[in-house]
Ligand binder design. Structure first.
Ligand code: NVA
Length: 311
């Protein structure tokens, strides 16, 4: 839910296929000409709030907001006591009077939806338990740079399919017209409604989504192989049992041999070498992880600029 007349980016499929393509085109343009768009000139402030650990997200938003002519106002969510000391709705109404947009990394999707419903300014999801849509814009920009186009490519996501990155790949990949295969152990698959939602998007975009338990079959002929940590933020207490559960889902050189010969390997980072991905793959020639990390800035500048233009 979003305030009337204000667009937010809370989940990957908040953008239609045409809108996603426009944002990715803008990201590519801003990568070439970093100071070409100044929607935050003044400078206007963007409130940035991180309730979970962050490196790439905080620095790429701060750098990107500065390049857009604005100021990244770091709001300490613990000091503010969002949802405890004051309701999310009241925090949203206050922030919306000070900032041109709000960027929030938090836990529940319901909280960020409430923020967007009451802020009156665009809200950008900088990762929730459910989605990581800014990462996906950066990832799709990266795939486009390496493959020339997105539609029709096959992506294999191997590992924790039940996490934000699994969900976001399903929705964003399908929006881009890609064929997304998710390979996860029993109990760690994305929920079926998420797969159905991706397939519904795919009926218009030409993309598709499916679950494939066997990682070798999932990776077979894939153009893009993606993984993510087996222990997402907030799941640390399950770490030991997760290491056992995911043991057959490491992205190894042997697994990569089943992908297309020119396949690229992606990881949103932080990576745990020897667990979800072997060092020789992460640090090898097929890996594009540093491009992904850089492209966070370009993609986020594009979504902020685009959202402000819609308002
Ligand atoms: N699935 C991971 C992504 C980290 C950027 C997590 O939520 O911790």
């Amino acid at each position: 839910m979003t305030s009337t007349g204000t667009r937010s980016f809370l989940a990957d499929d908040d953008l239609t296929p045409a809108e996603q393509a426009a944002v990715l085109d803008l990201a590519a343009e801003l990568k070439q000409a970093p100071y070409a768009a100044k929607p935050l000139a003044g400078p206007l402030s963007v409130a940035t709030i991180y309730d979970k650990p962050t490196l790439r997200t905080q620095v790429s938003f701060a750098a990107g907001i500065a390049e857009l002519g604005g100021h990244a106002m770091l709001v300490d969510g613990t000091l503010a006591g969002i949802g405890k000391r004051e309701s999310v709705a009241d925090v949203a109404r206050v922030l919306g009077r000070q900032a041109a947009a709000i960027v929030w990394r938090t836990y529940g999707q319901d909280a960020i939806e409430e923020m967007a419903a009451y802020s009156g300014v665009p809200v950008v999801n900088a990762l929730t338990d459910e989605y990581h849509p800014c990462q996906l814009l950066a990832d799709l920009l990266t795939v486009k740079e390496h493959k020339g186009a997105l539609a029709g490519l096959t992506v294999a996501f191997v590992g924790d399919g039940a996490c934000n990155m699994g969900n976001s790949w399903l929705l964003a990949g399908a929006t881009a017209g890609m064929h997304v295969r998710v390979s996860a152990p029993d109990g760690q698959e994305p929920e079926q409604p998420m797969v159905d939602r991706a397939n519904a998007i795919g009926r218009a975009s030409g993309g598709s989504a499916l679950l494939e338990r066997d990682p070798v079959k999932a990776v077979d002929g894939a153009d893009v192989v993606v993984t993510d940590t087996w222990v997402s933020m907030g799941k640390e207490s399950e770490a030991d049992q997760r290491l056992l559960k995911f043991a057959d889902y490491t992205v190894t050189a042997a697994l990569m041999a089943h992908a297309a010969p020119d396949a690229i390997v992606m990881h949103c980072l932080p990576a745990y070498r020897g667990k979800e991905i072997d060092a020789e793959v992460l640090d090898g020639p097929q890996s594009v992880v540093w491009d992904e990390a850089e492209n966070r800035r370009h993609a986020q500048k594009a979504i902020i600029t685009w959202l402000l233009e819609q308002t």
